[in-house]
Design a protein around this ligand. Structure first.
Ligand code: AMP
Length: 212
């Protein structure tokens, strides 16, 4: 396995573009710690912690959790990392204030922007189902095997998905320019087979590792 101790990456893209799936592959390939803020928040909600109770309503409505809460969460996570451990951020930052705060917390080596049309995403997300072990299926494109119990994330319904896309375009998409200006941005198409998208992303990451 390639080890790049100081590689800190961030994946940015609309909900359902495949960030989660690609993050798992990427973090394995480059020995990075995969930190999904969405997963971290859902875990807090499941455990019923004070943080979980505070953020539950934002997630169920498809709205962003306030910046100060998210920045604290990421700062605490980064501070707890073993020295030299590279990080793959999935779902953070999602606003300009979060991106600005991150500059004082962690230097990013690169940002991979995953591009895809909204209507493709609506079909992908509303059909998405999650198994007990965290595996993701799709009722049309990748149905769960017989006997595997699956559930739908409460924010994967069409109304909430449309709201999440609206929030993405208003609040998160401006980060693409933010990172382009800082010469950290690499754009890939997310409208393809998982392996195809993975190849585009690893080509971009290999290039940024080679030029680092
Ligand atoms: P995700 O699993 O990345 O789609 O995140 C699910 C939900 O968690 C989002 O719709 C937000 O409500 C919340 N969330 C995750 N990351 C952030 C963030 N960086 N800023 C604000 N809210 C977030």
């Amino acid at each position: 396995m390639n080890v790049h101790p100081r590689l800190n990456l961030m994946l940015i893209g609309p909900p359902g573009c495949g960030k989660g799936t690609q993050s798992v592959n990427l973090s394995r390939r480059y020995n990075l710690l995969h930190f999904s803020t969405g997963n971290a928040l859902r875990e807090q909600i499941k455990l019923g912690t004070p943080l979980g109770l505070r953020v539950e309503e934002f997630l169920s409505k498809g709205l962003l959790v306030p910046d100060d809460v998210m920045i604290d969460l990421v700062r605490n996570t980064v501070e707890g990392l073993p020295p030299g451990q590279g990080l793959l951020l999935d779902g953070f930052p999602r606003t300009i204030p979060q991106a600005t705060a991150l500059e004082d917390i962690l230097p990013l080596s690169g940002v991979i922007a995953m591009e895809i049309e909204d209507e493709v995403l609506v079909e992908r997300i509303t059909g998405r189902r999650i198994a007990e072990d965290g595996a993701t299926y799709h009722i049309k494109f990748a149905p769960p095997p017989d006997g595997v119990m699956v559930t739908q994330r409460p924010d994967d319904t069409e109304a909430v998905v449309r709201e999440r896309l609206r929030v993405y375009h208003n609040q998160t998409a401006p980060l693409v320019d933010f990172y382009r200006e800082r010469k950290l941005l690499h754009t890939v198409s997310a409208d393809g087979a998982i392996e195809e998208v993975e190849n585009s992303i690893t080509a971009a990451v290999d290039q940024l590792v080679a030029t680092a």
